[in-house]
Design a protein around this ligand. Structure first.
Ligand code: AMP
Length: 209
């Protein structure tokens, strides 16, 4: 049995062609059904549908052999207990600071709202900026509008979400994409089947780019 952890939404949709190239086609559509374990065309391959931030946890503990997770999530979780053999080059975006369009340049002592606490701490420390980090779980864009923070650290794709809230991107922190991750024990125990899957997905990534 091979279990692959994926989150619903954009990552799932963009991962489908890559999984298909490795011969894995889910039978159910997570948009339409509420099942958390999806069967695939291969009897011994299942997909578990979980929150994006839980994917590394499931894989680390061996509840899933493999997973597909954003680099943003992996950095926050810490990936030393996982293998990360492949950049899938999907769900790409940028991790940026953002502030109100009328706000002054980011100063040396600031308050930052983000769900990326570790990444933000690391980034501002490297810039010599004293940042008080306020952890939020969503709607980060609201924080500068209501005076909770001077700026936010969040993912930016088109920039439309920032624009709609009178915010603008300021500093680029890093490029983000989704990665294939593998449980360390599974990699040993199921080496052949997992290595084949990695190779097939790597070929598909190369073709797509
Ligand atoms: P956009 O308006 O296109 O700049 O998208 C920004 C919103 O979508 C923010 O709320 C982000 O957190 C979210 N977002 C953008 N790209 C991604 C991604 N690759 N993975 C997860 N969330 C994303």
């Amino acid at each position: 049995m091979l279990t692959i952890a994926v989150s619903k939404g954009r990552i799932f949709e963009e991962a489908l062609p890559l999984l298909a190239s490795a011969g894995i086609i889910p039978i159910d559509d997570p948009k339409k059904c509420r099942k958390l374990i999806l069967d695939t065309n291969q009897e011994d391959v299942k997909l578990v549908i979980i929150r994006a931030t839980d994917v590394p946890t499931f894989v680390e503990y061996g509840a899933a052999d493999l997973g597909i997770a954003g680099k943003d999530v992996l950095i926050e979780h810490g990936s030393e207990n996982l293998y990360e053999p492949l950049d899938l080059k999907i769900s790409t975006c940028r991790l940026m600071t953002a502030a109100h369009v009328d706000a002054p340049p980011i100063g040396k002592r600031i308050r930052v709202a983000t769900k990326y606490v570790k990444t933000a701490q690391h980034y501002f420390a490297a810039q010599g900026i004293q940042a008080e980090i306020i952890k939020l779980y969503g709607s980060m864009e609201l924080a500068p509008l209501v005076g909770l923070a001077d700026c936010i650290v969040d993912l930016v794709d088109t920039g439309n979400t920032l624009k709609a809230n009178n915010l603008e991107p300021r500093d680029f922190i890093m490029s983000i994409s989704s990665r294939l991750i593998v449980n360390k024990a599974s990699m040993k125990k199921k080496h052949q089947v997992i290595q084949r899957l990695i190779n097939q997905m790597a070929e598909a990534v190369a073709r797509q780019n």
